[in-house]
Design a protein around this ligand. Structure first.
Ligand SMILES: *Cc1c(COP(=O)(O)O)cnc(C)c1O
Length: 233
């Protein structure tokens, strides 16, 4: 039913990414449906999200608070949309993000968890929280250190409006996707040391160029932008 070539293009790209995820799941011997696709739509127009939605996609990731708020407003009419926030988050944006996003992947300090908890409670919403861990210890990146993880998780657990859902990481950039494997494995090992999958079901790891490796290492959410929506300007 779709005439718009851009729309068909996005539908085809989505289908390809979903197939690649399914194949990686099978290769890893994991159960069907073990991995969810988060379509990362940052900097892309609302029309691209509508096209992905028409192709069955429901979970979308945004990196900037203002852009998330605008798109959430503009796309209110779409059924079943679930917004995830995956960008660096400052406390003064916590209110805006807690109102729009049902999942936040980038909580990395106790004060931020407390602020989000307060804002979620005030808005009467529940927010699923993933704690971002800077597994490689890169100075330029967000995320707590492995040593700080317990304190951040405790701060999330202390907030009645927040649910601790899992861990997230962004590994160092490498040409070879295999370069990310050790960091993905380390995130999974950290999860095992902090209550395991029962306490922290989600592992958010893997992007366009390394999601297959992430699936092999236990990802439950892969965050894919470029492969679906094309390169960002
Ligand atoms: C932009 C972004 C992505 C998507 O990256 P692609 O390489 O375009 O798939 C995933 N995760 C985070 C945190 C991002 O900022």
């Amino acid at each position: 039913m779709t005439e718009d070539p851009i729309e068909q293009d996005i539908a085809a790209r989505l289908a390809e990414v979903r197939q690649q995820i399914d194949e990686a799941v099978v290769r890893a011997g994991r159960p069907p449906g073990a991995v969810r696709l988060l379509a990362v739509s940052k900097t892309k127009p609302a029309a691209a999200i509508r096209a992905a939605h028409a192709a069955g996609q429901r979970e979308f990731g945004e990196s900037y608070a203002q852009e998330l708020a605008q798109k959430a407003e503009e796309l209110r009419d779409l059924d079943g949309l679930v917004w995830h926030f995956i960008g660096r988050l400052q406390r003064n944006k916590a209110k805006q993000v807690a109102q729009a996003a049902r999942v936040i992947h980038t909580v990395d300090r106790p004060e931020l968890a407390a602020e989000l908890g307060k804002r979620a409670a005030a808005a009467g919403v529940r927010v699923r929280i993933l704690v971002e861990v800077n597994v490689a210890g890169e100075a330029s990146k967000g995320g707590c250190t492995p040593a700080e993880l317990a304190a951040v998780l405790a701060a999330v657990a202390a907030e009645p409006s927040l649910d601790a859902a899992g861990l997230m990481t962004i590994p160092p950039v490498t040409d070879d996707p295999e370069g990310a494997r050790a960091f993905f494995a380390e995130l999974r090992a950290l999860r095992d040391r902090h209550g395991g999958a029962a306490a922290l079901p989600e592992l958010s790891m893997g992007m366009t160029h390394d999601f297959a490796v992430a699936v092999a290492e236990g990802a439950t959410i892969v965050r894919v932008g470029t492969a679906i929506f094309g390169a960002r300007g």
